[in-house]
Design a protein around this ligand. Structure first.
Ligand code: HGY
Ligand code: MN
Ligand code: MN
Ligand code: MN
Length: 413
């Protein structure tokens, strides 16, 4: 626990005001946020981030992939920074909290340091990672992946969205890139505050999730090819109906996940049927699939079962192409940072429990290059990637207080 730290806490009201302020950028009628990465809405929230952090005395910069860093100096500027971060991009029907409380929780830490005059030894930086969601440009955590050396920069710049727009062109279009090459950036420790995005903390009436790691996950892009044909004149026996093959394969994603035990999940999230005309037998179907599990060997087993199912669809005369577009192995976080979070929750008397993250996070990649951990707070009904995603001011403030204390403990280590 941070010695001589006193008991100053973060300003929960200011943090909640920040959450409501940033929610205007991409606000949807149902109270959520549509703020896909590198869109005008993303540009607006980036400008808000820069102004809010500058007003708190931070120096704000961006690297070659638009990752923003808001930095306040430490008493020893020769030390590498402690980074606190998450993401401000959202799903198409995203909520106000996913990623956002991790960035704004960091801003709340800056505000607390400024208001109390407490100077950390290490510089503190707040990071807004570009393209965490992977909804517009797959894979997820693309830029923290480049930062951690998992992907190279050209791969990221070359990724295209479903309209064929290149990541690099979208980045240029909103002018988000800065002079620093992505990855040429020291970091001594990384903390990420996030909503759980699942039902466990709420169900167990826990305020804090002491996150020990992130489960393994793999993403696929599948194309089933048959032949366009007339819906009225083509006998059933003569059809090569790509949609019927895709339906069987998509159903297998669900059944394979159910077959692999309570901790396995499988999802088909995006489907494109071509030519998508009501009186044409579909000649081609594109869909995405993903499998996740805390144990990587189970993810591999699910992929094998999926590919075996595809063989049975091919045997019916259809073509099936399965491209694995992302493989993010299970991650374990740093024991001493986990302990700092556990101690902070205990000191602040917040009910807490250990938990493995079902969702992917930039922390999964930061953990490859620096001691890393996460802090979860509950969200209503475990709902996320949904416009009705919600959390309470008390829980968000509690998470930010644990973040503050854990960071100060790490700063003195
Ligand atoms: O897919 C995920 O888990 C993350 O929210 N991008
Ligand atoms: Mn997130
Ligand atoms: Mn998300
Ligand atoms: Mn995430």
């Amino acid at each position: 626990m941070a010695e001589g730290f006193g008991n100053f806490t973060i300003d929960g009201d200011a943090l909640w005001r920040d959450i409501m302020a940033q929610a205007h950028y991409g606000a949807t009628r149902k109270g959520g946020i549509r703020r896909l990465t590198l869109t005008q809405e993303d540009a607006q929230v980036r400008a808000w981030f820069e102004k809010t952090c500058s007003d708190l005395g931070a120096t704000v910069s961006a690297d070659s992939l638009g990752i923003q860093f808001a930095r306040v100096p430490g008493t020893d500027e020769s030390l590498p920074p402690i980074i606190i971060g998450s993401h401000l991009d959202t799903q198409p029907t995203g909520g106000k909290f996913d990623g956002i409380i991790g960035v704004l929780g960091g801003i709340a830490v800056l505000r607390a340091l400024r208001e109390t005059g407490h100077r950390t030894r290490h510089p503190i930086e707040i990071a807004n990672w570009t393209n965490e969601e992977g909804s517009r440009f797959a894979p997820a955590m693309l830029c923290s992946g480049v930062f951690a050396g998992v992907f190279d920069e050209d791969y990221a710049l070359s990724r295209t969205d479903r309209d064929g727009v290149r990541f690099g062109d979208a980045l240029t279009q909103i002018g988000a890139a800065g002079p620093e090459r992505c990855g040429d950036h020291p970091v001594v420790a990384y903390f990420e505050l996030h909503i759980e995005q699942g039902p466990i903390l709420e169900a167990e009436e826990k305020t804090i999730g002491i996150v020990t790691g992130v489960q393994g996950m793999r993403w696929y892009e599948v194309t089933v090819t048959g032949a366009d044909a007339h819906a009225g004149t083509t006998p059933m026996s003569m059809r090569r109906d790509a949609l019927q093959g895709a339906i069987a394969l998509m159903a297998a994603v669900q059944s394979i996940a159910l077959d692999h035990g309570p901790d396995a999940v499988g999802t088909v999230g995006l489907v494109e049927c071509r030519p998508n005309s009501r009186n044409v037998v579909p000649g081609e179907v594109f869909f995405t699939a993903e499998f996740r599990h805390p144990d990587d060997s189970v993810v591999v087993a699910m992929e094998m079962a999926f590919r075996a199912k595809a063989e049975t669809i091919i045997a019916t005369g259809l073509d099936v192409a399965i491209a694995q577009v992302w493989d993010s192995p299970a991650v374990k976080f740093a024991p001493d940072l986990i302990a700092a979070v556990r101690d902070a929750a205990q000191d602040l008397s917040y009910p807490a429990r250990e938990i493995v993250s079902g969702a992917g996070h930039d922390a999964a990649y930061l953990a490859r290059i620096a001691p890393t951990t996460m802090i979860f707070v509950p969200c209503a009904g475990g709902l996320s990637h949904n416009e009705e995603e919600s959390a309470t001011p008390g829980d968000v403030a509690a998470g930010a207080n644990v973040l503050l204390r854990a960071v100060l403990t790490a700063d003195q280590a």
